[in-house]
Design a protein around this ligand. Structure first.
Ligand SMILES: [Zn+2]
Length: 367
């Protein structure tokens, strides 16, 4: 009898500990916005149907004293692409706006941060050391949590009528311009469209990462209404020694931010991609080090065999370099906007220089 009770007690303890670990994935990471913050809102303030749902997410507003352009930055549309959301958190914790308005949504698909991709063995979170101590950040899944949106259809038909694999019904970057009465992912996309409309956004920048074997990488993807903007930004970046390729948003690929923000809302739309080995298919063991240091011997070998679209050496492509690239890309797009449409210029203070992020690390720019 006693061994049975002991075994039951141990089982109960394991269940409690594992349950706590599992539920901790649903806790939201902290953001400590800079003193330049002028309003902290939620996506549900723009689309009340999201209130109390796992799709609601913070919206940080930074308005300057002078009128200028209005810019939206989204990170975390894909929660397994850390440079996207870490860049938006770095921006939210550093910038002060002198002219215009910058609106930042760090976790665009908040539900996707509450779980991990099954069968990937990915770490649940990764640390970044700051002057005030170590901070932890979630690594989520590319798609909405199935606990929040289930079941997937066999074939997904997105709001623009594009036919996709069933799982894409939970992919925020296939769900634009969203649907007020749609599934959770479509509601989140609809909410982001409301931000764009109500805040009179002029330019949206969606921050992503892609696998090193994917051709759209180290890229500025642009809606055709933003071709001049993207080309001007690319020249600015080349002058700084940063190579970005230009990729036009395909008109027949529907539901993506760089397509529908431009088509449905008429704003300029840019998507930036950096290379992330931790969500690629050729990677070895997924570890915290792979996320942070971006070193992987299998990607090195693939690069030697000419299978990748970016250089990949023994130094890897660390997260700090990817965040630096995103910040440099953002700055170049802002400079291009000021050049092409001076009345829409946005002036920032305290934007961390990309070279300093590479030299000092991301933690030096987190509060
Ligand atoms: Zn992505």
């Amino acid at each position: 009898m006693t061994p049975t009770i002991a075994l039951l007690a141990v089982t109960a303890l394991v269940c409690v500990l594992a349950g706590r670990e599992f539920l901790s994935m649903r806790a939201t990471d902290a953001v400590f916005p800079s003193p330049g913050l002028t309003a902290a809102r939620a996506l549900s303030d723009y689309f009340p149907a999201l209130k109390g749902t796992p799709g609601d997410t913070p919206v940080y507003v930074f308005s300057g004293p002078k009128a200028g352009g209005n810019i939206l930055i989204t990170g975390g549309a894909h929660p397994n692409e850390p440079a996207g959301y870490i860049t938006s958190i770095v921006l939210a914790e550093t910038i002060r706006v002198g002219r215009g308005t910058v609106i930042i949504i760090p976790w665009a698909n908040a539900s996707g941060f509450t779980h991990s991709d099954p069968q990937e063995g990915s770490p649940q979170r990764f640390p970044i050391d700051t002057a005030g101590g170590r901070r932890w950040f979630r690594l989520g899944s590319r798609v909405t949590n199935p606990v929040h949106q289930w079941p997937d259809p066999t074939i997904c038909v997105n709001p623009m009528g594009q036919t996709l694999a069933g799982i894409e019904a939970r992919n925020l970057n296939r769900a634009y311009p969203g649907k007020a009465g749609g599934n959770l992912t479509e509601k989140v996309a609809y909410g982001i469209m409301q931000v764009i409309g109500k805040e009179k956004i002029d330019l949206g920048i969606d921050l992503h990462e892609s696998a090193p074997e994917y051709p759209v990488i180290n890229a500025i993807v642009f809606h055709e209404n933003s071709a001049d903007l993207a080309a001007t930004a690319q020249m600015e970046l080349q002058a700084e020694g940063l190579e970005f390729r230009l990729e036009a948003s395909p008109p027949n690929l529907r539901g993506l931010s760089h397509r529908e923000w431009g088509d449905a809302a008429g704003i300029k739309a840019i998507l930036l991609e950096t290379p992330n080995a931790s969500h690629g298919r050729l990677k070895g063991r997924p570890t915290v080090e792979l996320i942070l240091d971006g070193k992987d011997k299998f990607y090195e070998k693939a690069a030697r065999l000419g299978r990748l679209f970016v250089p990949f050496g023994p130094a890897g492509i660390p997260l700090k370099d990817r965040v630096a690239r995103h910040v440099a890309g953002f700055k170049a797009v802002l400079a291009a906007l000021a050049e092409l449409e001076p009345d829409k210029a946005v002036e920032l203070e305290n934007l961390p220089p990309a070279a300093e992020i590479q030299a000092k690390g991301i933690g030096a720019f987190l509060r």
